[in-house]
Design a protein around this ligand. Structure first.
Ligand SMILES: [Zn+2]
Length: 425
């Protein structure tokens, strides 16, 4: 492990970053803002969050006693958990053809790109991402890097390359398997390499020539094997699902998150209502593919926009039936999906899917933390949680555009983005 870290960083800078990280994490300070959304509810009024050793120590309405500096982010500032994106692809560059762009890159060149992608998430206030489509296991190196140097990018939860079929969806990322034995071996390999989630392409997908999103690549029985083996080894399962059969099989196999859930078919019939209820009642988390760059959206053909709008409507139908929604942007796969696009998903959840502002913000914080297996550490502003925090310039419940006015980002108690606040000592 040490060798891997040193191969990507100058050892002297690693030591410096380590030193700074330890020094900053040991510091105690208090953040003051004029409102807070804690991951479940929001309120206007002064809030003081005390941070120590990288963790939230207390949350209250008055300044804690003691000689601790207060970082005051000024009038109208709001504090919330760092946002969490449940589905990104750090290896993809958000170009019109990210697959071709990836092809000629060696691992070291690709890591440079992945670091840029990671930094863009952090700029947007995204402090954790789940990488569900890695090439081989490169995101492990990035995860180590951002753990040592939190300012380099978000906390990375990794799946390694998605498990797929030979020639199947995203086979070029290195996760193709053939038959039950290889399927089981692939799950075990991910556990060995430190993944905490297994990603499986249950449906075909749009990025891969010859692959059909409406058609399943794996059977229900194969999915049961993957879920049993992954859970036995302490990993969750994220299922890429578009077609009705794939969604049905994945839910019944007991996967932990459903990615996309677009109900794509060839005749345009709506999904059976019974399936929407089955998804809601199963407790699976729907990782809704939302979040769009406004400029790229404006340039999209009408037909494509209609299709994407329909997804938003379906997520609303699922929400009203009681399904648990998080947001996975699929960042990296197209110009519509630049890294750090997650804040745009909040207004889409409100305006297109009909969620309340509170429910929309919960989807990108508490619920997303659950989807990523981080609920005991992240996504919620409460004592004992990691001090992964976002400070914005106004109330995001009144207007989600506030999320684009980032005043500061903290990761594990370290200020990693934002200008200098007033400090009262
Ligand atoms: Zn994806």
């Amino acid at each position: 492990m040490r060798f891997v870290v040193q191969s990507m960083m100058d050892p002297s800078s690693l030591t410096a970053a380590n030193y700074l990280r330890r020094a900053a994490a040991a510091a105690q300070f208090v953040i003051r803002a004029d409102g807070v959304f804690d991951g479940r509810t929001g309120r206007t009024g002064e809030v003081f969050v005390a941070v120590q050793n990288g963790l939230i120590r207390s949350v209250g309405e008055s300044r804690p006693a003691g000689d601790v500096p207060v970082l005051d982010f000024g009038p109208d500032s709001w504090l919330l958990p760092g946002l969490i994106d449940t589905h990104v692809h750090l290896v993809f560059d958000s170009s019109a053809d990210p697959v071709s762009a990836l092809g000629p890159l060696g691992d070291d060149e690709l890591l440079v790109r992945m670091r840029e992608a990671a930094a863009a998430h952090l700029d947007a206030g995204v402090t954790s991402v789940r990488d569900l489509g890695d090439r081989l296991f490169l995101s492990r190196r990035l995860a180590l890097h951002t753990r040592v140097d939190p300012g380099a990018g978000p906390h990375v939860v990794m799946a390694g390359p998605p498990i797929t079929t030979p020639g199947g969806h995203c086979h070029f990322l290195g996760g193709a398997v053939d038959g039950i034995d290889e399927l089981r071996a692939a799950v075990r390999e991910r556990a060995r390499r430190g993944c905490s989630v297994v990603k499986i392409m249950v449906s075909g997908g749009n990025m891969t020539a010859g692959s059909d999103p409406a058609t399943s690549q794996f059977t229900h029985a194969e999915l049961v094997l993957v879920v049993e083996e992954a859970h036995r080894l302490g990993m969750s399962v994220a299922a890429d699902t578009h077609g009705v059969q794939a969604i049905t099989d994945a839910v019944r196999a007991g996967v932990d998150t459903l990615e996309h859930v677009t109900f794509i078919n060839h005749d345009g019939t709506p999904p059976p209502d019974a399936l929407l209820y089955e998804i809601a009642n199963s407790g699976v988390i729907v990782s809704a593919t939302l979040g769009r760059c406004p400029q790229a959206w404006a340039e999209l053909p009408d037909e494509a926009r209609k299709m994407v709008d329909q997804w938003g409507v379906r997520f609303g139908e699922l929400h009203r039936r009681g399904a648990r929604l998080a947001v996975g942007t699929d960042a990296g796969i197209a110009p519509l999906k630049p890294h750090g696009v997650l804040p745009y998903a909040v207004v889409e959840l409100i305006e297109e899917s009909g969620l309340s502002p509170t429910a929309a913000l919960t989807a990108v914080t508490v619920r997303a933390a659950e989807a990523c297996g981080l609920a005991d550490r992240k996504g919620f502003v409460a004592p004992g949680m990691d001090a992964d925090l976002l400070v914005v310039g106004s109330d995001p419940l009144a207007d989600p555009a506030a999320l684009h006015d980032v005043r500061a980002v903290f990761r594990n108690g370290i200020r990693v983005r934002g200008g200098r606040p007033r400090v009262d000592v």
